[in-house]
Design a protein. Structure first.
Length: 231
């Protein structure tokens, strides 16, 4: 079994409108997942530096980030990155370019874990339904073109409000969704914008939304998580 999680950290800005990376790290420690997909992990302007300083992650957590950024101080690729246990071996990683009107992207990594090889994709899709479907198509095409096939987990903020429609229907042809529950808005969650999906060679053993006093304040999204294992 391996525990995965997805969290849109809103650039570290919480319900009090303060940027607080320590609070984000507190939430991540509460979730305690083996692999975490982060969205909005970089600041929007200037050097687009990472919201979570590298020394903070190194000194105060059991994770290491996969650095996708094209800028020296950036943590992610268009705000997306993956955190993995320090004991995890990162076999390969790459960015996935997505068609978009505004900067959007996805990240991928092949990981050697205690549970075996795992391919993970993290994403943050567009606000437009048309562009979300195009982006979903680009991600699925990228996976199909990979020479080596691996058990795959995809997760992130899909920005899709309608259940079973749009990009959700596209992903559902090849992936099973974890029924985690609504995660947006953190103070009163009604939208299932954040999603975790697994390929047919994996099964979902347990899943949920991480709602605590800290997570309700740290971002406008709550983290979602799933325990997955082989079929």
């Amino acid at each position: 079994m391996i525990k995965v999680a997805s969290y849109n950290i809103r650039k570290g800005v919480g319900a009090d409108r303060r940027r607080n990376p320590d609070r984000i790290l507190d939430v991540l420690r509460e979730v305690d997942a083996d692999v975490i997909a982060l969205q909005e992990a970089d600041r929007r302007f200037g050097e687009r530096e990472g919201v979570l300083p590298l020394h903070l992650i190194e000194d105060h957590s059991d994770w290491k980030p996969i650095i996708y950024g094209m800028k020296a101080r950036s943590l992610g690729w268009h705000g997306n990155t993956l955190l993995v246990r320090k004991s995890t071996r990162v076999v390969d990683f790459e960015v996935i370019h997505l068609p978009s009107l505004e900067p959007r992207g996805a990240v991928m990594a092949d990981l050697s874990t205690d549970a075996g090889m795992l391919r993970v994709v993290g994403m943050h899709l567009d606000l437009s339904g048309l562009w979300r479907r195009r982006q979903a198509g680009a991600i699925l095409s990228h996976l199909s073109a990979c020479v080596d096939r691996q058990p795959t987990v995809m997760m992130g903020d899909l920005n899709e409000w309608t259940r079973g429609a749009g990009c959700l229907r596209d992903f559902a042809r090849d992936f099973t969704f974890a029924e985690t529950g609504p995660s947006f808005h953190a103070r009163r969650p009604i939208g299932r914008l954040d999603r975790i999906m697994v390929s047919s060679d994996l099964r979902i053993l347990d899943c949920g939304v991480h709602a605590t006093a800290v997570s309700r304040k740290a971002s406008d999204h709550l983290p979602i998580w799933a325990a997955v294992g082989p079929r």
